[in-house]
Write a protein of this length. Structure first.
Length: 334
């Protein structure tokens, strides 16, 4: 008569010993920035070590600050095998360069470097220097052939920083998928991939910063909050990374066609796409292109949605929000 009771107790004990799913949060430093990842681990296991292994593997391929990376060897014209990550990033970069008419271009590295925003020291910029660099820059001047990167000019250099960080988010998300995680948010330096819901059962909410040159050391203010449903998000802006020299402000976004920092009304571009690599690259391309050209590209399709913040003729902040993005907005601030 007591066996059922004993069996029930045994089942409870056995069940309680099984690993339980729980939300885990990790953060760390990678690619010169901070990352945050929150995920529902099926067995409660902390997956930070595996995620960092994924991020470091990409660094060994695409980091220009690692002299032994694949991209560094390519830039130094050393014979090296192109790994899968390099090929994936390069091919997508070329596709987006073609779509954006060269506004996005990973061969812009020499120009970014001379202005002091790259992986080499700033130089004294002159019109003659910029003209000479134009011979090195152009996505049509590089290609993959027989598993090697072929350059038209040996001094052409690549910089994938405007696309590889987004790809890193995609890789970490893929790793979490393979670990059985159905709910997660991956953020690396402002680029985000989200899936499922958070610990409260809500879709992940992501803030979009209000552009303000004077808020660098102050509390970050938000312009909007978007609900991220099974998509990736990336933001680019010139209000954080710039310097002033002789009274002139120089922003970090360099136009590959002119060789000079962009100067237009578009202050911040936030892009939603199916993958973060695509969102990352388009966000940069739009910062180069300016408001009118960027809106035209968005309206042409490409399966992306955007939230643009720009300044009108009187210096007031205005926004352009695509219909798909507008449906996901939770709140906007003045």
């Amino acid at each position: 008569m007591k066996r059922p009771c004993f069996l029930a107790i045994l089942l409870v004990v056995l069940f309680s010993c099984q690993p339980q799913a729980e939300y885990v949060s990790n953060e760390g430093f990678i690619y010169g920035t901070i990352y945050h990842v929150t995920y529902e681990s099926p067995d409660g296991k902390d997956l930070q070590e595996g995620m960092e292994a994924v991020m470091n593997e990409l660094s060994r391929s695409m980091s220009t600050f690692d002299s032994t990376s694949v991209i560094s060897k390519v830039n130094k014209n050393e014979a090296t095998a192109l790994d899968e990550h390099f090929v994936t990033v390069f091919n997508r970069a070329q596709e987006i360069s073609d779509i954006t008419d060269g506004a996005f271009d990973i061969t812009v590295a020499p120009m970014v470097n001379v202005w002091g925003f790259g992986f080499k020291n700033k130089e004294q910029v002159t019109a003659d220097l910029i003209d000479s660099l134009k011979n090195l820059v152009g996505y049509q001047k590089v290609r993959i052939e027989n598993d090697q990167l072929v350059k038209e000019h040996p001094n052409t250099m690549l910089d994938a920083s405007a696309i590889a960080k987004g790809f890193a988010c995609d890789l970490v998300a893929s790793y979490l998928d393979h670990q059985g995680c159905e709910n997660y948010m991956v953020e690396i330096g402002g680029e985000v991939v989200a899936k499922g819901k958070n610990a409260k059962g809500n879709y992940w909410s992501i803030g979009i910063s209000k552009p303000d040159d004077n808020e660098f050391f102050a509390e970050q203010k938000l312009k909007a909050i978007v609900e991220l449903k099974e998509r990736a998000l990336a933001t680019s802006g010139n209000y954080r990374n710039f310097y002033v020299e002789n009274g002139v402000k120089y922003a970090h976004t360099i136009d590959p066609k002119t060789g000079y920092p962009v100067q237009h009304s578009l202050l911040s571009t936030t892009v939603l796409a199916d993958d973060c690599m695509t969102a990352d690259a388009f966000a940069t391309a739009f910062m180069v292109s300016g408001l009118e050209k960027s809106v035209a590209m968005v309206e042409a399709g490409h399966n992306i949605d955007v939230y643009f913040i720009y300044s009108d003729d009187e210096g007031n902040l205005k926004t352009y929000v695509s219909p798909g993005f507008k449906r996901l907005l939770k709140k906007e601030f003045e």
